[in-house]
Write a protein that binds this ligand. Structure first.
Ligand SMILES: Cc1ncc(COP(=O)(O)O)c(C=O)c1O
Length: 371
């Protein structure tokens, strides 16, 4: 089977993890500190706060901004369920906006129509590695006094006008899970230029303790920390961070490889008028966490099944507002573009290490299924 992904990890990551274990310090500690510092430098943000997933990072970001019961946060429906779930965790309501038909990212014009007096934030997803239209969203957020909290889970290393995601939004959340650009197994990071939010993120990820675990354990004095509010346990381990530090060093290679694989798919699929290949707007640096094609006239499940039978794994993205957990019956929003794209797209195998032969076979399987 040609899998949807294969991990790009090896001896260096294994050695780094082993070294962390042997050090005797496994919880969030010095390696997490190093990982955070390197992330901050790499994305050009003042602060990076490591967490145990992007899902918890998104929740933490909203919690740090004081978003909760009675508030509304506008997000796309064409995203992983973690996006709206993170809003729900706070007690706020996710309000689903439609997407742009070419980028598959949230449509700023629709976002603006959905703003109410209860709206506190916009949470775009930089879906499958392509940045959302952050310039337009920033302008809308500023005009209406809203926070811009970006779900950049699949888009570590992506750029707009040469600037990496990480400090364009108020808070940016990246994932390091197994299918992302870089991985720590499970893991995430929240980046921001704001000192106050960074301090809140650090406290809230560790039960809002007034003194961090590392500071307590490395102090010779007796420290009595206090707990003034309800926090969470969202800390990344030092084992994950050690793996993460090695992975960060591979970013340029990973992005270059993913982009050239995408260009090769574009080329191989050029003559197939049954599929639409991805679009990269001028000035945008797509990192192609996934390679998404749309089917012009074939039924999606039939194509995925035929490809699976030929030994090629594929995936799809859900429209969250159609999932039972968010379906609001007769009051459900109608999101025409989301509903169309959600029904007619397929994600193809796309990872560092995908060979030319494998890629040729994916294209052959897709072409046979769409003949
Ligand atoms: C758009 C988006 N948001 C959030 C997440 C959640 O990331 P994590 O698995 O690190 O919680 C994902 C992961 O698949 C994602 O694709």
């Amino acid at each position: 089977m040609i899998p949807i992904t294969r991990l790009h990890v090896g001896q260096e990551e294994a050695d780094a993890a082993a070294e962390a274990v042997r050090s005797g310090w496994l919880s969030v500690g010095p390696r997490a500190g190093k990982f955070e510092q390197q992330v901050a430098e790499q994305v050009g943000a003042k602060h990076a706060v490591s967490v145990n997933s992007a899902t918890t990072g998104l929740h933490l970001a909203l919690a740090a901004l004081g978003i909760g019961e009675g508030d509304e946060v506008i997000c796309p429906s064409f995203t992983f369920i973690a996006t709206p779930n993170s809003i729900r965790y706070t007690g706020a309501t996710p309000v689903f906006a439609d997407i742009d038909e070419r980028t598959y990212n949230i449509d700023p014009a629709h976002v603006e129509q959905l703003i109410t007096p209860r709206t506190r934030a916009i949470m775009p997803a930089s879906q499958i590695g392509l940045p959302a239209d952050l310039k337009a969203l920033r302008a809308i957020a500023d005009k209406h006094g809203l926070f811009l909290v970006e779900d950049a889970a699949p888009a570590y290393g992506a750029t707009i006008d040469g600037v990496r995601l990480g400090a364009i939004s108020d808070l940016t959340v990246f994932s390091f899970d197994a299918r992302k650009i870089l991985t720590t197994g499970e893991g995430g990071v929240v980046t921001t230029d704001n000192d106050e939010w960074a301090a809140r993120l650090r406290a809230l990820r560790a039960h809002a303790a007034s003194v961090s675990t590392l500071a307590r354990h490395t102090s010779t004095a007796v420290i009595a920390e206090s707990y003034d509010e309800v926090g969470f346990n969202y800390k990344m381990t030092d084992i994950q961070a050690a793996v993460g530090v090695v992975q960060l060093g591979k970013l340029d290679h990973v992005v270059k490889t993913r982009r050239s694989l995408a260009a090769r798919y574009d080329e191989l699929l050029k003559g197939n008028d049954a599929v639409v290949t991805p679009f990269e707007p001028e000035g945008y640096g797509h990192v192609y966490q996934s390679y998404l094609v749309r089917l012009v006239r074939h039924e999606r499940m039939a194509v995925m099944t035929a490809m699976a039978e030929r030994g090629v794994a594929t995936r799809r993205i859900t429209a969250c507002h159609l999932e039972p957990v968010y379906h609001a019956g007769e009051h459900n929003p109608v999101l025409p573009v989301t509903e169309k794209v959600a029904a007619d797209h397929v994600l193809l195998p796309h990872f560092v290490g995908l060979t030319d032969e494998e890629q040729d076979e994916v294209v052959a399987a897709l072409s046979a299924a769409t003949a």
